[in-house]
Write a protein that binds this ligand. Sequence first.
Ligand code: ATP
Length: 265
Amino acid sequence: MTSPSPPASAAAPASEAPALLEIRGLEVVFGGFRALTGVDLTVRQGELRFLIGPNGAGKTTLIDVITGLTRPASGSVGFAGTSLLGRREHRIVRLGIGRTFQTSVVFEELTVAENIDLAACFRRPLPALLRQRRGTSEAVATALERTGLAGFADRPAGVLSHGQRQWLEIGMLIAQRPRLLLLDEPVAGMSRTERDRTGELLVEIAKDHTVIVVEHDMEFLRRYASQVTVLHEGSVLMEGDVAAVQADARVQEVYLGRPREEKTP
Ligand SMILES: Nc1ncnc2c1ncn2[C@@H]1O[C@H](COP(=O)(O)OP(=O)(O)OP(=O)(O)O)[C@@H](O)[C@H]1O
C-alpha cells in the first residue's frame, strides 16, 4: 500500500475522552543518575501520542516503567484506574498494555501466522486460552489483514523485509488486543514507502486503540502526529500539537535544531 497525497490525517486529539494512562511525579534513578525527574503524563483513550526527545532524554526509560521493566524511585503510574507499580511484566501485558522493542522479537523459523498466534496466546492465562482458541484464530486473521501480511501468513518470518518484520511485530501486538500500544521507533531503518505504510497503519490502529509512539523521524512526525510530548534530560519539556512543538524555541534548541535527528534518507 502506498501513501495517498495529502497524507492520511492523524487521529484527532481525544481531549474529551477519559484518561487511560496517568503518570505523576515519576522519578527513575540509575545508580545516582536521575533518568526521569518529576514526569507527569496523561494519555486519553483513543489518542495517538508521539513521544520525542534527544538521545538520552528518557523515552525508553518511561516506556520501561509503564511496562514493568524498570521500577521508579517515586511517583505513580495509573492505567484505567489501576496502579501499575510493583506489577510484573506479564501482569501488565494481561491488563492490556503491549509494546514493541527497538530490537526485533520475532521467531524467524516460525511462520508469520505462528508468530502472531504465539503473541496472542501470551496475553491469556492457560485456562482462558484453552476456552478461547477460536477467538485467538480470529485475532490472528485480523492482525494479518490489518498489517497487510495475509499473503505471508504461511511463510517463515525470516523471509520478511525489515519493514514487513516491523509490521509483523505490530500485528503480534494487535493480536493481544491491548488497550494501549507502546511502539519504540517503529519506522527506524525503513524506506520512505515503508514509513508511509506504517504511518497509515498507526492511524488505522489508533481508531480502536490508544497508541504511544517513540519516534525520532521528524518527517514522519509532521505527517502523522497530532499530540506530541517532548522529553529532555528526564523531564517533560513541552506538550502540544505538532505545529506548536515545531514552533517552540526550546524544542528547536534541544531537539529540532539537531540535524542528526532529521533522518530522511
Ligand atoms: N539501566 C541503566 N543504567 C544506567 N543508566 C541508564 C540505564 N538505562 C538508561 N540509562 C540512562 O538513562 C538516560 C535515559 O536513557 P533512555 O534510554 O531512556 O533515553 P532515550 O530517550 O530512550 O534515548 P535514545 O533516543 O537514545 O533511545 C540515559 O542517559 C541513559 O544512559
